[in-house]
Design a protein around this ligand. Structure first.
Ligand SMILES: [Zn+2]
Length: 261
């Protein structure tokens, strides 16, 4: 029997052949999936997917998170989307994918792009705070700034997804009681492996960010939720603990973090 694990970050609306993808996840022992939207269109589709594939006999239970990703600000009309998030607040387990990304060309320096990202993120942090929802944070190149905004808003539950930033900021994130999540790049990314070494299992979630294409030495592949089992294996190796221990702990973490029933 495979250990029971949860993929806490998958973009199901970006996947072809979803019925088979989900059936494969079920067959691989994936216990649940958190489906994450990034803009108005994908948020709507994510909610539709949750109702359409609601069949625990053949698919893992799917829990939705909706938000506006910093890379998608221009594809959505933010105000309408914020209303949409609030209208659907009782259906979702988290706000996100939200955050800041200072690696985008237009956001490499202080200026209007960073300001806009900051306003859009602050708005979602505020929704999370008012409704006591956790927030799923994309923080590439803006790790410190994401932490600052989240902390200052008094957010209790935040996950810094696929964390690959500096160790000192990670230590502050952990000290604040926040989580990081381990993604399939842990098979080869030195920054991400370092973060997994630093974070205790008590503060870790597992995810795929599927359908991201990963490039381990064993060969590139397009990820899907079943590949969270690869993350489990690699995290167990990095932490030098049995897979079962990683599975039990991270599944318990995900249940408490997202308040899964
Ligand atoms: Zn993502």
């Amino acid at each position: 029997m495979e250990p029971s694990i949860i993929d806490t970050h998958a973009h199901l609306n970006d996947m072809a052949d979803l019925a088979n993808v989900l059936a494969r996840a079920k067959a691989a022992g994936i216990r649940a999936i958190v489906a994450v939207g990034v803009n108005h269109d994908s948020d709507k589709k994510t909610l539709e997917i949750v109702s359409r594939f609601n069949n625990p006999e053949i698919y893992p239970p799917i829990y939705p998170a909706i938000g506006l990703h910093p890379g998608d600000i221009n594809t959505s009309e933010p105000e309408g989307l914020f209303d949409f998030i609030e209208e659907n607040i009782d259906k979702i387990v988290a706000i996100g994918e939200s955050g800041l990304d200072y690696w985008y060309k237009e956001a490499r320096k202080d200026g209007p792009a960073r300001e806009l990202q900051g306003r859009v993120f602050a708005k979602q942090v505020d929704i999370a705070k008012r409704h006591d929802k956790p927030i799923v944070i994309h923080s590439r190149g803006a790790w410190k700034e994401c932490l600052k905004k989240t902390k200052e808003a008094g957010i209790k539950r935040a996950v810094f997804h696929w964390y690959s930033g500096p160790e000192d900021v990670l230590r502050e994130i952990l000290a604040e009681g926040y989580f990081m999540s381990a993604a399939p790049s842990c098979e080869y990314s030195p920054e991400h492996r370092k973060a997994i070494e630093t974070a205790p299992l008590e503060r870790m979630l597992l995810e795929t960010d599927s359908p991201v294409v990963y490039k381990p030495a064993s060969g590139r592949y397009k990820s899907e939720p079943k590949d969270v089992a690869r993350v489990l294996k690699e995290v167990a190796k990095i932490k030098n603990v049995p897979e079962e221990e990683v599975a039990v702990m991270t599944t318990r973490n995900a249940g408490a973090f997202f308040n899964l029933s």
